[in-house]
Design a protein around this ligand. Structure first.
Ligand code: FES
Length: 93
């Protein structure tokens, strides 16, 4: 995925880095210094909820905690959704 962005967030492409695989979406967005709504960073407040547009297969499955706090199939908690580093995840908030 060297030539593909890791994330397209609200239309902004965030490049893949060696840190992408295994990192949560919120951390990758913040590393890129892109504005994103968040609060607890612990999966409880729901402020970092993002709509999944495409590329969900490039994320690890929801943990039980994330599935409880964010049950919709087309949404993830950015602080809990872990990138596999296998392609581009398109999300919006
Ligand atoms: S920042 Fe609170 S749930 Fe993600």
């Amino acid at each position: 995925m060297a030539d593909q962005p890791a994330i397209v967030f609200n239309g902004t492409a965030i490049p893949a880095t060696p840190r992408t695989p295994g990192s949560d979406l919120l951390g990758l967005i913040l590393d890129a210094k892109v504005n994103v709504r968040f609060l607890c960073m612990g999966g409880t407040c729901g402020q970092c909820r993002v709509e999944l547009v495409s590329g969900g297969e490039h994320l690890e499955p929801k943990s039980d905690g994330e599935a409880w706090g964010c049950p919709d199939d087309d949404a993830r908690l950015a602080c809990q959704a872990v990138h596999r580093g296998t392609g581009t995840v398109v999300i919006k908030q």
